[in-house]
Design a protein around this ligand. Structure first.
Ligand code: SAM
Ligand code: SF4
Length: 331
């Protein structure tokens, strides 16, 4: 049977789904969450079976890559069974995970066995005290053990994700690159996005552009732009003497909306068409109203894709227009 394709009104083929399995997290990173967070009511969360049904509908409609995210995906009980189920879907090329790494020391091996293809691990500092301050609750040694466990389990092309904040960790750019080089990892630097109101954190004051980060790295390691892609928004650069790729994700300084191939589904089953807009369609309600009619879910997805906005309009010099936190949407 020929697979259907999701093409939006701007001619973009949607082939990549980011699926948030929970909005909860064991960390409280200063740019991602407020100190005092309200999480989704339990009865509004999709069950793992419901998330799998939604993901299956997307794969039937031409999605080739799924990234599990959150919140912290590895705090959701039963997440391994979801990984196993999705990994076995015919037509899915890649099942990946973004994690803070805290639980990887015990879960890396089972995740590999369940069929996970690749892992991204967030790491903003290599200094234990600072790591604790940035995550408010995290322990650096847990994440370092998690990275080792992922390597030991046989994961390759592991990518670190770092958010660099002025005067908080911007002096660690080279240290993070050196760590990635020494460990044989890729690393992507993400420009901070204004998602959610966090009174105790000034996003404009802490903003560091991708251009500044690349220029700092370039003074130590000459960089060559590389056209390769991991299927997401990162643009990669190479160093002559290392296999490590340096990525930058630049929602502010280099808008990537024209090539956007992604949509997100939240843990309560809402299809978010763009990270920088509020447009959403409640797939969870469609599924619960018609649990035995997958065609209804697919029709709702196809109609929603036609409303995907052309681009985001992030601004750091105004109060956030998007009051959802990154952790609620799925990073
Ligand atoms: N908990 C997992 C983790 O930290 O990797 C997965 C979810 S987290 C929301 C995904 C990524 O989004 C992380 O790399 C995090 O650093 C990034 N992130 C969170 N809030 C952000 C923001 N406001 N701007 C840019 N990146 C953000
Ligand atoms: Fe949790 Fe990830 Fe957000 Fe940090 S970035 S608070 S680890 S969801």
């Amino acid at each position: 049977m020929a697979r259907e394709a999701l093409i939006d009104q701007h001619g973009r083929a949607i082939t990549y789904l980011r699926l948030s399995v929970t909005d909860k997290c064991n960390y409280r990173c200063v740019y991602c969450m407020a100190e005092d967070m309200q999480f989704m009511p339990r009865d509004e969360l999709m069950s793992l079976a419901e998330l799998a049904t939604i993901a299956t509908a997307f794969v039937d409609l031409g999605v080739r890559k799924i990234r599990l995210t959150g919140g912290e995906p590895l705090v959701r009980p039963g997440v391994l069974s979801l990984v196993a189920k999705l990994a076995s879907l015919p037509g899915l090329d890649e099942l990946t995970l973004t994690t803070n790494g805290a639980h990887l020391h015990k879960l890396a091996q089972p995740l590999k066995q369940a069929g996970l293809s690749r892992i991204n691990i967030s790491l903003d500092s290599l200094q234990p005290d600072r790591f604790k301050q940035l995550t408010r609750t995290g322990k650096l040694t847990d994440v370092l053990a998690g990275i080792r466990a992922a390597q030991d389990a046989g994961f390759t092309r592991i990518k670190l994700n770092s958010v660099i904040l002025r005067d908080r960790n911007d002096d660690e750019v080279i240290d993070l690159v050196d760590f990635a080089r020494a460990q044989g990892l890729d690393i992507a630097f993400i420009e901070e996005m204004p998602l959610g109101v966090i009174h105790e954190h000034d996003r404009a004051a802490s903003f560091v552009s991708s251009a500044e980060i690349l220029s700092r790295i370039g003074t130590r390691y000459p960089l060559t732009f590389s056209a390769e892609t991991s299927g997401g928004p990162a643009r990669f650069h190479r160093m002559a003497d290392s296999s490590t790729r340096i990525g930058v994700i630049s929602p502010h300084s280099a808008n990537f909306c024209s090539t956007c191939n992604r949509v997100r589904v939240t843990a309560d089953g809402r299809l978010m068409l763009c990270l920088g807009n509020d447009d959403a369609v409640d797939l969870g309600s469609v599924l619960r109203a018609h649990p035995h009619e997958p065609s209804r879910l697919k029709e709702a997805i196809k109609a929603a894709i036609q409303t995907k906005p052309e681009r985001h309009h992030f601004r750091l010099d105004a109060p956030p227009q998007i009051i959802r936190f990154m952790s609620a949407t799925g990073g």
